[in-house]
Design a protein around this ligand. Structure first.
Ligand SMILES: Nc1nc2c(ncn2[C@@H]2O[C@H](COP(=O)(O)OP(=O)(O)OP(=O)(O)O)[C@@H](O)[C@H]2O)c(=O)[nH]1
Ligand SMILES: [Mg+2]
Ligand SMILES: [Zn+2]
Length: 389
């Protein structure tokens, strides 16, 4: 069973919906509008429920949809009316939602992640590419070009109530056929604006409910938000202008949105290059921690071919847990272990650096981008979903 790439609701064999490929009449679609967060217009939606007395192998008749639509039809998600990519139900997708305060590095991470996934794909003999035209344009315009071509840092992701929030559309990447069978594999990522998660009023918003249905939530924690780290880094790396809100309250909001959902929760210490730079602060306790030989957080095995490396992952998990303690983030670790609502989620701690080195003002460092451990959180989630294992 796979999920809708927008609302992440499971697509079961009991409910189907279609619309005409080129509808003649379009009007405001209340359902799609709620899930999208701003007005969406659609053609008429034709729904079909499995009849109560249907046989086990029941499926819609081949020409049911075209008959209803009076011409070519496209399948849409019965829950949110998102147009499903061709053959979507036959594939296997891992659906991931990004989370974190403003400027924690979510958007830059996605850009670096996709590049690193492509490298891993080459080793696995798989092509990683946008699965839809929308993803191709969206990824190029908002991630790839600003970062890799213009070599600038990215703008804040626009809040969902403003002009053109590109993150309302999911990023859908095809990962090629499976490693053990021919099922097409996909990775769906939904970027979010930290601003939207810093607003607790969004807990009940329908357009945020994909968090509850996600296979994985990647929650980013920015070490530069910690005053003592910022002070020690003072002369070592350029200060960053954009600063986000309180990570603890964002985590609370995210956990409330998830409610009784059961995604895997990856808690990620982002901008790890900044902490690594602390090695150079002579005589400080951070310099001692960051120069420990043999620490998992100082090596990056994520491009190794084998599936997600469980032993390395657990080692890193314990190390990052103690780093978070040191970063005065113990209360965050506690709310992961004992969430306010529902049961503790399957969770793991990670450390990543999307850029590899600190940017200088609003430009990337001259040495370019060298992502560090970016694949780990996603490979952990993919492994739980049986994608690329
Ligand atoms: N040193 C360092 N800085 C980073 C890294 N990744 C991102 N940054 C910095 O953090 C800033 C914010 O990154 P974004 O990816 O735009 O943050 P975001 O979480 O998407 O922010 P919103 O869209 O506002 O929610 C960037 O402009 C960079 O300056 C990293 O790996 N290392
Ligand atoms: Mg962003
Ligand atoms: Zn949907």
């Amino acid at each position: 069973m796979t999920k809708c790439p927008r609302c992440f609701t499971a697509l079961t064999g009991d409910r189907y919906a279609w619309t005409a490929v080129a509808p003649t009449d379009v009007e405001v679609d209340d359902v799609a509008t709620k899930y999208h967060g701003s007005p969406v217009r659609s053609g008429k939606i034709f729904e079909l429920q499995r009849p109560a007395d249907a046989a086990d192998d029941w499926a819609p008749e081949d020409d049911y949809a075209t008959g209803k639509a009076g011409g070519p039809a496209v399948e849409v998600c019965p829950q949110c009316h998102f147009r499903l990519p061709v053959g979507w139900r036959d594939g296997r997708a891992a659906c991931i939602a990004m989370a974190g305060a403003r400027a924690t590095g979510k958007t830059v991470y996605i850009a670096a992640l996709v590049k690193t996934l492509q490298l891993l794909g080459e080793r696995l003999n798989r092509v990683v590419e946008p699965a839809t035209g929308e993803t191709e344009v969206n990824f190029r315009e908002h991630y790839e070009r600003p970062l890799f071509e213009e070599r600038g840092i990215l703008e804040s992701t626009p809040a969902s109530h403003t002009g053109n929030p590109y993150q309302r559309e999911p990023l859908i990447f095809s990962l090629g056929p499976g490693l053990r069978d021919d099922t097409r594999q996909y990775l769906v990522i939904r970027d979010v604006a930290g601003e939207d998660l810093e607003n607790p009023g969004n807990v009940d918003a329908t357009h945020m409910q994909f968090f509850a249905q996600a296979d994985g939530v990647v929650f980013m924690f920015d070490p530069l938000k910690v005053e003592s780290v910022r002070q020690q880094l003072h002369d070592l790396v350029p200060a960053q202008e954009r600063v986000g809100g309180d990570p603890r309250s964002v985590l609370r909001t995210v956990l409330s949105i998830i409610g009784t959902g059961t995604p895997n929760l990856a808690v990620v210490l982002s901008k790890f290059d900044a902490l690594q730079a602390l090695e150079r602060v002579e005589g400080s306790d951070w310099s001692e921690i960051m120069s420990q030989r043999g620490a998992a957080f100082l090596r990056d095995p994520s491009l190794q071919r084998a599936p997600y490396h469980e032993v390395d992952g657990q080692l890193l998990h314990e190390e990052v847990r103690s780093l978070l303690d040191k970063l005065e983030a113990r209360s965050m670790v506690m709310s992961v272990d004992q969430p306010p609502a529902g049961n503790a989620l399957p969770s793991r701690f990670f450390a990543v650096s999307a850029l590899g080195v600190s940017p200088v003002g609003d430009r990337l460092h001259d040495s370019g981008i060298s992502p560090f451990r970016c694949l780990d959180p996603v490979r952990w989630i993919l492994a739980q979903r049986g994608v690329w294992v």
